[in-house]
Design a protein around this ligand. Structure first.
Ligand SMILES: [Zn+2]
Length: 457
């Protein structure tokens, strides 16, 4: 067994700052770090892993998830636990349960006799896994990219792995001299701040939008003219554009007098919240702390304008402006304001591109968004509120919702985008859009058939 450091004993009841325990994922810091101060944090209910600086005399490696911590501290109350750095074994004092002892014996046996075999096997599995992951990520620029597959492969970490991959792909880490540890920590926080119980507005949707954004950034008119700052903001905006989405729409927040509705005066309530949450995480992670303050503020402002563009209730404003530009032919991609406007349009397209994906993916997304809508409708009915349009499962169906959404929102937007960017990708998207609409019409007819039959009999 490779034991590199024999570290001192640490009592399990050593106070660990809440703001550190409240995180999930590995956080490395020296015990003399400023992070060790008892500054309170609001991000409660997160699990955490902590690694202390091994050079520190009182340091050791701990990995305690919230649940495990409670169990351990209860079981071994009054005892002291010794963790050996870089080995996985524990030396516990006699009060340890029989079960734990058995596990340790097996582990000890394994580590003594089978470690070389296990190591080779583990290395092979990891190599195959990373090869497979690379194969999937290599297709990130394809419009039929299966983000659901990536999510399964990364055990629910598609947003982190995809965005990191794109940052490397565009060379943003080098160009902006980003600290990779801070970048990863920022992305993990972003992924964590999406609510995983939302059927649709969760981190997987953010990963899907980020992938779509990447496809648009590769379109010739954009790829040839966008600056690295445009690309960075486009990706960050896509990854954070629905941060901490509550799974209900603005109408619901206004009607229930939610504090966010009051805070943002009933205007782009959700989008303002997503933006402010994104800025909060950016500042907290210190990802851009090494950049000049004026540049950081400008980037936060532009990030806001990209996220606010996803407010569907303002779609007509953006569309009229887009049509004006296309009719007059005055869009100049060497103009920073025009480039930003095109990024806003790309952001809008990426956010609602589900009906432009191949039928299998389109159907998967549709079932998720319908589930979220109907869940809101059920809550509204339960509390005697007026049920929002599209949220009433008694008067709507998935096919009906999709046909209305495609006709009123998606088609108008993508027709103009295709005019601006008449490329093979736009033709593929419009092809899927029209085929999917026809598919939903067939579904609607099939839904109507049993109703007709039961009415006639
Ligand atoms: Zn969205």
């Amino acid at each position: 067994m490779a034991v590199c450091y024999q570290l001192p004993v640490l009592a399990l009841d050593r106070p660990v700052p809440k703001h550190v325990l409240s995180r999930r994922g590995a956080i490395s810091f020296s015990s003399s770090s400023a992070l060790f101060s008892p500054t309170p944090r609001h991000l409660s209910k997160r699990r955490g892993a902590i690694s202390y600086d091994s050079a520190d005399q009182t340091a050791l490696f701990i990995r305690l998830l919230g649940e495990a911590k409670r169990t351990l501290s209860h079981t071994v109350s009054g005892t002291r636990v010794c963790f050996v750095f870089r080995s996985v074994s524990l030396c516990l004092l006699p009060a340890v349960s029989v079960f734990t002892s058995c596990c340790l014996s097996v582990h000890f046996l394994l580590s003594q006799c089978l470690l070389p075999v296990v190591s080779v096997f583990t290395s092979c599995c990891l190599s195959v896994y990373f090869l497979l992951l690379q194969c999937v990520l290599q297709r990130v620029g394809c419009w039929d990219f299966d983000v659901f597959l990536l999510d399964r492969l990364t055990n629910g970490n598609s947003l982190v792995s995809l965005t990191l991959h794109l940052f490397v792909h565009y060379g943003l880490i080098r160009l902006f001299q980003l600290d990779v540890v801070k970048l990863r920590r920022f992305l993990v926080c972003v992924q964590e701040d999406y609510r995983s119980h939302n059927p649709y507005h969760n981190a997987l949707h953010a990963a899907d939008v980020t992938q779509a954004m990447h496809c648009f950034l590769r379109e010739p008119q954009l790829a040839e003219t966008l600056t690295s700052c445009d690309i960075l903001l486009g990706l960050v905006a896509a990854a954070t554009h629905d941060l901490d989405h509550p799974g209900v729409n603005q109408r619901f927040l206004v009607q229930t007098e939610h504090h966010l509705a009051a805070l943002y005066q009933n205007t782009s309530v959700l989008e303002n919240h997503h933006w402010k949450s994104a800025v909060g995480l950016l500042r907290e992670s210190g990802l851009l702390a090494h950049r000049p303050a004026s540049e950081r503020l400008k980037m936060e402002e532009r990030l806001g304008s990209l996220i606010l563009a996803t407010d569907i209730s303002r779609q007509n404003d953006y569309l009229s402006q887009f049509r004006c530009h296309l009719q007059s032919g005055d869009l100049r991609m060497d103009n920073a304001n025009h480039r930003h406007f095109i990024l806003q349009m790309a952001m809008k397209c990426a956010d609602i591109c589900n009906p432009c994906r191949p039928w299998r993916l389109c159907k998967l997304w549709s079932s998720k968004v319908t589930e979220e809508f109907f869940h809101q409708g059920d809550t509204e009915r339960k509390h005697n509120m007026e049920v929002s349009p599209m949220c009433d499962r008694q008067t709507n169906s998935m096919a009906k919702i999709q046909i209305d959404f495609i006709s009123n929102v998606v088609e108008p937007l993508f027709s103009e985008w295709s005019r601006f960017s008449a490329t093979p990708l736009s033709r593929v998207m419009m092809g899927h859009l029209s085929a999917n609409k026809a598919g939903w019409r067939r579904s609607l007819l099939e839904e109507a058939e049993p109703a007709k039959l039961s009415a006639s009999s």
